[in-house]
Design a protein around this ligand. Sequence first.
Ligand code: AKB
Length: 312
Amino acid sequence: MKKIIVTGALGQIGSELIVKLRDMYGEENVLSTDIRKDTSVCGPFEILDVTDGKRMFELAKQFEADTMIHMAALLSATAEKNPLFAWNLNMGGLMNALEVSRELNLQFFTPSSIGAFGPSTPKDNTPQDTLQRPTTMYGVNKVAGELLCDYYFNRFGVDTRGVRFPGLISYVTPPGGGTTDYAVDIYYKAVEQGRYTSYIAEGTYMDMMYMPDALQAIVNLMEADGEKLKHRNAFNISAMSFEPSQIAAEIKKHIPSFKMDYDVDPVRQKIADSWPNAIDSSAAVEEWGFKADYDLAKMTIDMLDKLQRKNK
Ligand code: AKB
């Protein structure tokens, strides 16, 4: 039976991931950790600041963990507001998590992102192995993180694995401080107010994925046969690519009175413009059978249904 420690467990991905992992492996086998406590969350929980490597080591050892899922990080827009803090948290936290995994021989997962690409990266059908010269602090952290994970596998034999996530969309926990967040906000506002003002300009394509597919991808990659993984870390994965007017049109099919206008935020627009339009997920498909069940139409039906129920 697996014993998994999760950092950043109260974040957008972590909060849903721990529920799935506990369903699969048993509540007592998943230790969730975060820098703050949320009393509504049940199951084993410990406060952990990921920049405190000693405490991370002690918690993982006490719990007799065999797997580390390291999710704690600042997202792209927040990292741009405070680059030094982002470097310390994103890189310091990752180094600690890798070191603990090396010392305790843990299987390791951490996500990279489409943010690891930059303006000189091919924009369409972005290959798995390509130019990576990101222009954001978040992107710099993600590229360095991808390389560090490869390094810990090649140098120390740590079983590191990871994906490059696109924007993730969910009705459970809102994201905080990302560039792709508009694609979540739009559903909330459509249900609550019937209108949305997009901070991302019309025509800006980005990769996206519905949360159930993202969680399944983590589980599938962690359970994949390591012998078959040529890339191990930073697999491109995407379920769909769209721009704001396309998601608005999809929402309009279900809420005909829905209206959207634009008030573009130059900081987040610049970040979005530096990212790919659509990435190529074929390495993940070939090496560990990645697949996504939700496209824009199917996701929209589910998001609106779940948010409308929540609002009743
Ligand atoms: C962000 O927008 O920062 C994240 C990401 C794509 O990594 N959602």
